[in-house]
Write a protein that binds this ligand. Structure first.
Ligand code: SF4
Length: 350
Protein backbone atom coordinates (compact mmCIF):
# COMPACT_ATOMS: atom_id res chain seq x y z
CA UNK A 1 0.00 0.00 0.00
CA UNK A 2 1.27 3.49 -0.76
CA UNK A 3 1.98 6.10 1.92
CA UNK A 4 -1.04 8.32 1.16
CA UNK A 5 -3.46 5.36 1.41
CA UNK A 6 -2.03 4.22 4.74
CA UNK A 7 -2.27 7.74 6.12
CA UNK A 8 -5.84 8.11 4.91
CA UNK A 9 -6.92 4.90 6.67
CA UNK A 10 -5.23 6.13 9.85
CA UNK A 11 -6.92 9.52 9.50
CA UNK A 12 -10.39 8.05 9.10
CA UNK A 13 -9.94 6.03 12.28
CA UNK A 14 -8.15 8.62 14.40
CA UNK A 15 -9.26 12.11 13.35
CA UNK A 16 -10.68 14.31 16.05
CA UNK A 17 -14.38 14.95 15.76
CA UNK A 18 -14.51 18.70 15.15
CA UNK A 19 -17.45 20.73 13.81
CA UNK A 20 -15.62 21.87 10.66
CA UNK A 21 -14.81 18.23 9.85
CA UNK A 22 -18.50 17.46 9.42
CA UNK A 23 -19.17 20.06 6.75
CA UNK A 24 -18.06 21.09 3.31
CA UNK A 25 -19.55 24.58 3.67
CA UNK A 26 -16.72 26.82 2.39
CA UNK A 27 -17.67 29.65 4.77
CA UNK A 28 -17.31 27.35 7.77
CA UNK A 29 -14.07 25.84 6.47
CA UNK A 30 -12.69 29.33 5.82
CA UNK A 31 -13.51 30.61 9.31
CA UNK A 32 -12.05 27.49 10.95
CA UNK A 33 -8.85 27.70 8.91
CA UNK A 34 -8.28 31.37 9.74
CA UNK A 35 -8.93 30.82 13.45
CA UNK A 36 -6.76 27.70 13.64
CA UNK A 37 -3.78 29.37 11.96
CA UNK A 38 -3.04 31.10 15.22
CA UNK A 39 -4.65 29.07 17.96
CA UNK A 40 -4.73 25.65 19.55
CA UNK A 41 -7.86 23.66 18.76
CA UNK A 42 -9.07 23.70 22.37
CA UNK A 43 -9.10 27.49 22.43
CA UNK A 44 -10.10 27.95 18.78
CA UNK A 45 -13.17 25.73 19.03
CA UNK A 46 -15.05 28.15 21.31
CA UNK A 47 -14.17 31.10 19.08
CA UNK A 48 -15.23 29.18 15.98
CA UNK A 49 -18.63 28.29 17.44
CA UNK A 50 -19.13 31.83 18.71
CA UNK A 51 -18.13 33.39 15.39
CA UNK A 52 -20.41 31.11 13.33
CA UNK A 53 -23.22 31.72 15.78
CA UNK A 54 -22.78 35.51 15.60
CA UNK A 55 -22.22 35.65 11.83
CA UNK A 56 -23.90 32.51 10.47
CA UNK A 57 -23.16 33.22 6.82
CA UNK A 58 -21.19 35.40 4.42
CA UNK A 59 -23.98 37.97 4.18
CA UNK A 60 -24.25 38.55 7.92
CA UNK A 61 -20.47 38.94 8.19
CA UNK A 62 -20.38 41.37 5.24
CA UNK A 63 -23.16 43.49 6.75
CA UNK A 64 -21.67 43.60 10.27
CA UNK A 65 -19.97 46.66 11.76
CA UNK A 66 -16.20 46.17 11.93
CA UNK A 67 -16.24 46.80 15.69
CA UNK A 68 -18.69 43.93 16.13
CA UNK A 69 -16.37 41.61 14.18
CA UNK A 70 -13.35 42.72 16.23
CA UNK A 71 -15.31 42.32 19.48
CA UNK A 72 -16.20 38.75 18.52
CA UNK A 73 -12.54 38.12 17.68
CA UNK A 74 -11.31 39.75 20.89
CA UNK A 75 -8.66 37.65 22.62
CA UNK A 76 -7.61 35.67 19.55
CA UNK A 77 -4.94 38.17 18.51
CA UNK A 78 -3.77 38.81 14.93
CA UNK A 79 -6.64 41.24 14.44
CA UNK A 80 -5.72 41.90 10.82
CA UNK A 81 -7.12 38.44 10.13
CA UNK A 82 -10.53 39.46 11.47
CA UNK A 83 -10.44 42.68 9.44
CA UNK A 84 -9.47 40.67 6.35
CA UNK A 85 -12.30 38.16 6.92
CA UNK A 86 -14.72 41.05 7.10
CA UNK A 87 -13.29 42.67 3.96
CA UNK A 88 -13.32 39.38 2.03
CA UNK A 89 -16.95 38.71 3.00
CA UNK A 90 -17.81 42.06 1.38
CA UNK A 91 -15.73 41.09 -1.67
CA UNK A 92 -17.73 37.86 -2.00
CA UNK A 93 -21.02 39.77 -1.75
CA UNK A 94 -19.96 42.46 -4.22
CA UNK A 95 -17.98 40.42 -6.73
CA UNK A 96 -19.49 36.93 -6.49
CA UNK A 97 -23.16 37.62 -5.68
CA UNK A 98 -22.60 36.42 -2.12
CA UNK A 99 -21.59 32.91 -3.22
CA UNK A 100 -18.19 31.61 -2.18
CA UNK A 101 -16.08 31.28 -5.37
CA UNK A 102 -15.35 27.69 -6.42
CA UNK A 103 -12.13 28.32 -8.36
CA UNK A 104 -8.75 28.24 -6.62
CA UNK A 105 -7.47 31.39 -8.35
CA UNK A 106 -10.59 33.32 -7.34
CA UNK A 107 -10.39 32.05 -3.75
CA UNK A 108 -6.75 33.18 -3.64
CA UNK A 109 -7.79 36.71 -4.67
CA UNK A 110 -9.92 37.16 -1.54
CA UNK A 111 -8.29 39.43 0.99
CA UNK A 112 -6.24 37.60 3.60
CA UNK A 113 -6.46 34.21 1.89
CA UNK A 114 -3.03 32.80 1.13
CA UNK A 115 -2.02 29.56 -0.52
CA UNK A 116 -2.61 27.47 2.60
CA UNK A 117 -6.20 28.61 3.21
CA UNK A 118 -7.06 28.61 -0.50
CA UNK A 119 -5.76 25.04 -0.77
CA UNK A 120 -7.68 23.94 2.32
CA UNK A 121 -10.97 25.47 1.13
CA UNK A 122 -10.55 24.30 -2.48
CA UNK A 123 -9.70 20.73 -1.48
CA UNK A 124 -12.13 20.27 1.42
CA UNK A 125 -15.14 22.15 0.07
CA UNK A 126 -14.78 21.68 -3.66
CA UNK A 127 -12.69 18.50 -3.93
CA UNK A 128 -10.03 20.28 -6.00
CA UNK A 129 -6.50 18.80 -6.00
CA UNK A 130 -4.63 21.64 -4.27
CA UNK A 131 -2.28 21.17 -1.36
CA UNK A 132 -2.74 22.88 2.00
CA UNK A 133 0.67 23.12 3.61
CA UNK A 134 0.77 24.44 7.15
CA UNK A 135 3.49 24.15 9.80
CA UNK A 136 2.41 20.58 10.60
CA UNK A 137 2.79 19.46 6.99
CA UNK A 138 6.17 21.20 6.65
CA UNK A 139 7.44 19.35 9.72
CA UNK A 140 6.07 15.92 8.74
CA UNK A 141 7.39 16.08 5.16
CA UNK A 142 10.74 17.41 6.30
CA UNK A 143 11.19 14.40 8.62
CA UNK A 144 9.68 11.92 6.22
CA UNK A 145 12.03 12.86 3.39
CA UNK A 146 14.98 14.19 5.39
CA UNK A 147 14.70 17.67 3.83
CA UNK A 148 17.73 19.66 4.94
CA UNK A 149 16.58 23.03 3.61
CA UNK A 150 15.09 25.12 6.42
CA UNK A 151 11.29 24.90 6.36
CA UNK A 152 11.06 28.67 6.75
CA UNK A 153 13.17 29.25 3.64
CA UNK A 154 11.81 29.56 0.10
CA UNK A 155 13.92 26.60 -1.03
CA UNK A 156 12.53 24.39 1.74
CA UNK A 157 8.94 25.42 1.05
CA UNK A 158 9.23 24.88 -2.71
CA UNK A 159 10.78 21.43 -2.21
CA UNK A 160 8.08 20.36 0.23
CA UNK A 161 5.30 21.70 -1.97
CA UNK A 162 6.52 19.71 -4.95
CA UNK A 163 6.65 16.52 -2.82
CA UNK A 164 3.09 17.09 -1.55
CA UNK A 165 1.87 17.78 -5.08
CA UNK A 166 3.33 14.43 -6.15
CA UNK A 167 1.71 12.59 -3.26
CA UNK A 168 -1.72 14.24 -3.28
CA UNK A 169 -4.68 11.92 -3.66
CA UNK A 170 -6.60 13.58 -6.49
CA UNK A 171 -9.78 11.65 -5.73
CA UNK A 172 -9.88 12.83 -2.10
CA UNK A 173 -7.62 15.88 -1.72
CA UNK A 174 -9.48 17.30 1.30
CA UNK A 175 -8.93 14.23 3.47
CA UNK A 176 -5.39 13.85 2.08
CA UNK A 177 -4.47 17.37 3.24
CA UNK A 178 -6.17 16.95 6.58
CA UNK A 179 -4.51 13.59 7.20
CA UNK A 180 -1.04 15.16 7.05
CA UNK A 181 -2.13 18.08 9.20
CA UNK A 182 -3.68 15.71 11.75
CA UNK A 183 -0.62 13.45 11.82
CA UNK A 184 1.54 16.51 12.54
CA UNK A 185 -0.79 17.68 15.30
CA UNK A 186 -1.28 14.31 17.02
CA UNK A 187 1.78 12.13 16.32
CA UNK A 188 4.61 13.92 14.53
CA UNK A 189 4.67 16.72 17.11
CA UNK A 190 7.41 19.37 17.19
CA UNK A 191 9.01 17.80 20.29
CA UNK A 192 9.14 14.06 20.95
CA UNK A 193 7.21 12.67 17.98
CA UNK A 194 5.41 9.39 18.78
CA UNK A 195 7.20 7.41 16.10
CA UNK A 196 6.31 4.05 17.65
CA UNK A 197 2.65 4.51 16.82
CA UNK A 198 3.17 6.45 13.59
CA UNK A 199 1.36 4.72 10.70
CA UNK A 200 3.99 5.79 8.14
CA UNK A 201 7.17 5.20 10.13
CA UNK A 202 8.44 2.58 7.69
CA UNK A 203 8.62 5.36 5.05
CA UNK A 204 10.24 7.92 7.31
CA UNK A 205 13.84 9.02 6.78
CA UNK A 206 14.14 10.61 10.23
CA UNK A 207 12.77 7.53 12.01
CA UNK A 208 14.79 4.99 10.03
CA UNK A 209 17.96 6.98 10.72
CA UNK A 210 16.99 8.00 14.27
CA UNK A 211 17.39 11.63 13.29
CA UNK A 212 14.03 12.99 14.43
CA UNK A 213 15.80 15.75 16.39
CA UNK A 214 17.60 16.96 13.24
CA UNK A 215 14.39 17.78 11.39
CA UNK A 216 12.89 20.14 10.56
CA UNK A 217 15.75 22.59 10.06
CA UNK A 218 14.83 26.24 10.58
CA UNK A 219 16.53 29.57 9.93
CA UNK A 220 16.83 31.64 13.09
CA UNK A 221 14.20 34.37 13.23
CA UNK A 222 15.13 37.99 13.90
CA UNK A 223 15.09 38.97 17.56
CA UNK A 224 11.72 40.60 18.35
CA UNK A 225 11.89 44.34 18.99
CA UNK A 226 10.95 45.73 22.39
CA UNK A 227 8.18 48.33 22.82
CA UNK A 228 7.25 49.99 26.10
CA UNK A 229 3.68 51.17 26.60
CA UNK A 230 2.57 53.29 29.53
CA UNK A 231 -1.22 53.28 29.73
CA UNK A 232 -2.91 56.10 31.57
CA UNK A 233 -6.03 54.65 33.14
CA UNK A 234 -8.15 57.54 34.24
CA UNK A 235 -10.80 56.75 36.76
CA UNK A 236 -13.31 59.56 37.06
CA UNK A 237 -15.29 58.98 40.25
CA UNK A 238 -15.50 55.27 39.52
CA UNK A 239 -17.89 56.19 36.71
CA UNK A 240 -16.03 57.28 33.58
CA UNK A 241 -12.75 56.71 31.82
CA UNK A 242 -11.04 57.66 28.55
CA UNK A 243 -10.18 55.29 25.75
CA UNK A 244 -8.73 55.83 22.30
CA UNK A 245 -9.09 54.01 19.01
CA UNK A 246 -5.85 52.74 17.42
CA UNK A 247 -6.22 53.99 13.88
CA UNK A 248 -2.62 53.84 12.64
CA UNK A 249 -1.25 50.95 10.60
CA UNK A 250 0.20 49.20 13.61
CA UNK A 251 -0.66 46.28 15.86
CA UNK A 252 -4.29 46.20 17.03
CA UNK A 253 -5.55 48.54 14.32
CA UNK A 254 -9.12 49.72 15.02
CA UNK A 255 -9.16 48.24 18.51
CA UNK A 256 -9.27 50.46 21.58
CA UNK A 257 -6.83 51.09 24.38
CA UNK A 258 -6.16 53.73 27.03
CA UNK A 259 -4.36 57.03 26.37
CA UNK A 260 -0.75 56.01 26.19
CA UNK A 261 2.91 56.91 26.01
CA UNK A 262 5.15 54.68 23.93
CA UNK A 263 8.93 54.51 24.22
CA UNK A 264 11.73 52.33 22.82
CA UNK A 265 13.42 52.10 26.21
CA UNK A 266 12.02 51.61 29.66
CA UNK A 267 11.36 54.90 31.51
CA UNK A 268 13.32 54.50 34.73
CA UNK A 269 12.97 58.05 36.04
CA UNK A 270 9.54 58.85 37.58
CA UNK A 271 9.97 62.57 36.82
CA UNK A 272 10.26 61.84 33.13
CA UNK A 273 7.18 59.64 33.32
CA UNK A 274 5.22 62.38 35.09
CA UNK A 275 6.23 64.93 32.43
CA UNK A 276 5.07 62.59 29.70
CA UNK A 277 1.75 62.00 31.45
CA UNK A 278 1.28 65.79 31.69
CA UNK A 279 1.79 66.07 27.93
CA UNK A 280 -0.99 63.59 27.31
CA UNK A 281 -3.59 64.78 29.78
CA UNK A 282 -2.59 68.44 29.44
CA UNK A 283 -2.93 69.37 33.06
CA UNK A 284 -0.72 69.69 36.10
CA UNK A 285 -3.40 68.66 38.50
CA UNK A 286 -3.59 64.94 38.66
CA UNK A 287 -2.84 62.28 41.18
CA UNK A 288 -1.14 59.00 40.39
CA UNK A 289 -2.96 56.41 42.46
CA UNK A 290 -1.05 53.38 41.41
CA UNK A 291 1.63 52.26 38.98
CA UNK A 292 1.20 48.57 38.24
CA UNK A 293 4.12 46.29 37.53
CA UNK A 294 4.86 46.02 33.81
CA UNK A 295 3.17 43.15 31.99
CA UNK A 296 5.17 41.36 29.30
CA UNK A 297 3.23 40.37 26.19
CA UNK A 298 4.88 38.44 23.39
CA UNK A 299 3.77 38.95 19.80
CA UNK A 300 5.43 37.24 16.85
CA UNK A 301 7.88 40.05 16.06
CA UNK A 302 7.52 42.32 19.07
CA UNK A 303 7.86 42.09 22.82
CA UNK A 304 5.58 44.53 24.61
CA UNK A 305 6.09 45.76 28.16
CA UNK A 306 2.94 47.51 29.35
CA UNK A 307 2.65 49.52 32.51
CA UNK A 308 -0.80 50.59 33.64
CA UNK A 309 -0.89 53.82 35.60
CA UNK A 310 -4.07 54.65 37.47
CA UNK A 311 -4.62 58.38 37.56
CA UNK A 312 -7.29 60.66 39.06
CA UNK A 313 -7.93 64.01 37.38
CA UNK A 314 -10.35 66.88 37.34
CA UNK A 315 -13.83 65.90 36.15
CA UNK A 316 -13.99 68.47 33.34
CA UNK A 317 -10.83 67.62 31.53
CA UNK A 318 -10.77 66.79 27.81
CA UNK A 319 -8.03 64.58 26.37
CA UNK A 320 -7.26 64.86 22.67
CA UNK A 321 -7.99 61.90 20.43
CA UNK A 322 -9.87 60.00 23.10
CA UNK A 323 -13.48 59.33 23.92
CA UNK A 324 -14.93 59.54 27.39
CA UNK A 325 -17.00 56.50 28.20
CA UNK A 326 -18.88 55.14 31.16
CA UNK A 327 -17.03 52.32 32.86
CA UNK A 328 -20.24 50.29 32.73
CA UNK A 329 -20.08 50.47 28.91
CA UNK A 330 -16.45 49.41 28.60
CA UNK A 331 -17.35 45.87 27.54
CA UNK A 332 -18.94 47.15 24.36
CA UNK A 333 -15.61 48.10 22.81
CA UNK A 334 -13.08 45.72 21.27
CA UNK A 335 -9.76 45.71 23.17
CA UNK A 336 -6.53 43.74 22.72
CA UNK A 337 -6.27 40.80 25.13
CA UNK A 338 -3.66 42.59 27.22
CA UNK A 339 -5.98 45.53 27.87
CA UNK A 340 -9.00 43.29 28.30
CA UNK A 341 -7.17 41.37 31.05
CA UNK A 342 -6.40 44.59 32.89
CA UNK A 343 -9.97 45.82 32.55
CA UNK A 344 -11.37 42.55 33.78
CA UNK A 345 -8.93 42.03 36.66
CA UNK A 346 -8.52 45.59 37.89
CA UNK A 347 -11.62 47.51 36.87
CA UNK A 348 -14.63 45.25 36.46
CA UNK A 349 -13.86 42.79 39.24
CA UNK A 350 -13.30 45.60 41.77
S1 SF4 B 1 8.01 8.24 12.10
FE1 SF4 B 1 8.20 9.81 13.61
S2 SF4 B 1 9.31 11.46 12.64
FE2 SF4 B 1 8.58 10.11 11.03
S3 SF4 B 1 6.64 10.98 10.36
FE3 SF4 B 1 6.18 9.47 11.92
S4 SF4 B 1 6.13 10.59 13.86
FE4 SF4 B 1 7.15 11.88 12.32
Amino acid sequence: MILADILLIWYKKNKRNLPWRNTKNPYHIWISEVILQQTRITQGLGYYLDFINTFPDIQSLALAEEEHVLKTWQGLGYYSRARNLHFAAKQIVNEHNGIFPKEYTKILKLKGIGEYSAGAIASISFNLPFSAIDGNVLRVISRLYGIEDPINSNEGKIKIKSIVNELIDKSNPGDFNQSFIELGALICKPQNPDCDICPIKEFCFAFLNQKQKDFPQKNKLKKPKNRYFYYIVINLNNTNTFISKREKNDIWKNLYDFPQIETKEEIKDDNILIEKIKNIIITDTFIINKIHLPVKHQLTHQTLYSTFIEVSIDENIIINNTIKIQLSQINKYPFPKLIENFIFNKIISH
